[in-house]
Design a binder for this molecule. Structure first.
Ligand SMILES: [Zn+2]
Length: 525
């Protein structure tokens, strides 16, 4: 009798634990529905609060809503149930929706962890309201950036570069701690490190990515070295420094910038979009474009409630760079207003590489000779001279990007190493310039703090852009000013939101799989 009771007890236990590890199709479907609705509402409230924070320097309820968000996804059973439930879905719509929601929960579980979110948010707040000191006076990051790239006085360039990177010394310890915390949390979810977790949700895998970086490095090394040699000869320095590089292009940059006074930039953007077939006055896009105290010094598009309410924050200054940044953010905003999907998750969960690609496609107009001539009245010879210089500066940018990407990759492989040494080692490897171990420029890049393992999306975006422009020009002859090109973008890309994977949309639009060769060809390497 006693034996029987034990058997029954054990059987009940097994049954019970079976129930715990089983989840029905209805339960998972209901979970997905609930999450989709909660995310829609929370994304909306959080974006509104972030808009306040970034435009005013403070927000009333950001902590409250991010707290709710964290509460929603840190339900311990959630990830397990989602994992168990995938097998129930075999129709394409539900599988897609499942993947997007699963991915948000997985990455959200890292960023919502208490220590990580507290540290990240405090570093970000510090960065938003930070104003650097230069010669004993408060200034802005963008005026230092201008100064270090264009002052004729080499000492001023050096000092402004140092002041520009000063914030890195304030943020370095916190950032190093963030690398460690994100890795710890990723390990609790079964990943080797945080970088591997993010790439598990990316449409390009880690080995392919590392091979791509390697290929870009070997193809661009020699052309970059001869650019460097040209700068040495031109400036008559034996040792060119990081603060001399952009300065070498100051004449043509000044020339081109004179065609982009701050007050005309929004009109140029409006006119260029109109020719692509988009009437900005009819679109629900709102702007905050003037610099002021307490406001973030960067530029962002905030999809508050796409496609009905989208906002753009920027700090316009004279020059082409500021115009291009505005075009890029307008590209994000335009994309968000053109999404035509019933499911909120297809409107709100845009893959970062794809979102950046859509923004870069709009910004790419600024590099076209036609556009420079027609929209900004740049004379043909100045446009040619500028494009020649731009090609060289693009290679400098590429190698700077390789340095930053490899830094982040290596930092997550081992966050306990000397990160400053790692950065300057990579800096020497990719840029062939003197190191300055007393500075910590890597920690002044806010992306590592607020958008971890994100910067590679800009590289993917440039590939998406080069590949798409190749198709557009093959089909319609030219890009900027061509409303057929605008139709191409809406029809093949914008309207789908994240209904399909971005590689699939790219393939549908261009008839070819994701192909870095187009970027390599554009770079001329
Ligand atoms: Zn962007």
């Amino acid at each position: 009798m006693r034996f029987l009771l034990i058997v029954i007890f054990i059987a009940a236990l097994i049954l019970n634990s079976c129930q715990e590890t089983t989840v029905t199709k209805e339960e998972v479907a209901a979970k997905l529905d609930t999450l989709e609705h909660k995310f829609e509402w929370l994304d909306y409230r959080i974006s509104q609060e972030q808009w306040d924070l970034y435009t005013r320097g403070f927000s009333d309820s950001l902590e409250f809503y991010t707290g709710l968000y964290n509460y929603t996804i840190t339900d311990k059973e959630l990830l397990r149930n989602l994992n168990l439930g995938k097998k129930y879905f075999n129709d394409e719509d539900n599988l897609r929706r499942y993947d997007l929601i699963y991915s948000s929960v997985l990455t959200g579980l890292i960023e919502s962890e208490n220590n990580i979110s507290a540290l990240r948010d405090s570093l970000n707040k510090f960065d938003i309201i930070y104003r650097p000191n230069y010669n004993g006076e408060k200034t802005t990051q963008s005026s230092l950036y201008d100064l270090y790239r264009s002052s004729d006085n080499r000492l001023v360039r050096e000092q402004s570069y140092r002041a520009w990177t000063q914030i890195g010394n304030e943020l370095a310890d916190g950032l190093a701690q963030l690398f460690r915390l994100r890795n710890q949390q990723a390990r609790t979810l079964g990943y080797n490190n945080y970088f591997a977790l993010v790439f598990s949700q990316m449409e390009v895998d880690q080995p392919t990515y590392l091979k791509l970086l390697d290929r870009l490095d070997s193809l661009s090394r020699k052309p970059y070295q001869s650019i460097l040699q040209g700068i040495r000869t031109q400036l008559r320095y034996d040792d060119v420094e990081i603060w001399d590089i952009t300065y070498a292009y100051k004449d043509i940059n000044r020339k081109i910038d004179s065609y982009f006074p701050v007050d005309f930039q929004l009109d140029m953007v409006k006119s260029s979009l109109e020719k692509l077939g988009y009437d900005l006055d009819q679109l629900p896009i709102y702007f905050d474009l003037e610099a002021r105290e307490g406001k973030s010094q960067f530029a962002y598009a905030f999809p508050i409630k796409p496609p009905y309410d989208v906002r753009v924050l920027a700090n316009l200054t004279n020059g082409l760079y500021s115009t291009r940044v505005l075009m890029h953010e307008m590209g994000h905003a335009l994309h968000a207003t053109q999404i035509s999907q019933e499911r909120a998750v297809y409107t709100n969960s845009i893959a970062s590489a794809w979102g950046e690609g859509m923004a870069q496609l709009i910004a790419a107009q600024c590099d076209e000779k036609d556009w420079l001539q027609n929209e900004a009245n740049v004379p043909a010879d100045v446009a040619d001279e500028y494009n020649k210089a731009k090609k060289e500066q693009d290679l400098v940018y590429l190698r700077t990007t390789l340095c930053r990407l490899m830094f982040e990759y290596e930092a997550y492989q081992n966050p306990n190493q000397d990160l400053n040494k790692l950065y300057w080692d990579l800096f020497e490897k990719y840029l062939f310039l003197p190191r300055h171990d007393d500075l910590k420029p890597w920690a002044s890049l806010i992306y590592y703090i607020t958008h971890p393992v994100y910067m590679q999306n800009y590289l993917f975006a440039d590939i998406i852009t080069a590949q798409s422009l190749n198709s557009i020009k093959r089909l319609y002859g030219y890009y900027s000013g061509n409303n057929l090109a605008g139709s191409f973008l809406t029809h093949n890309y914008f309207r789908f939101g994240s209904r399909y994977s971005w590689r699939e949309m790219l393939k549908r639009g261009t008839d070819e799989d994701f192909n870095p060769d187009y970027l390599i060809e554009q770079l001329g390497i």
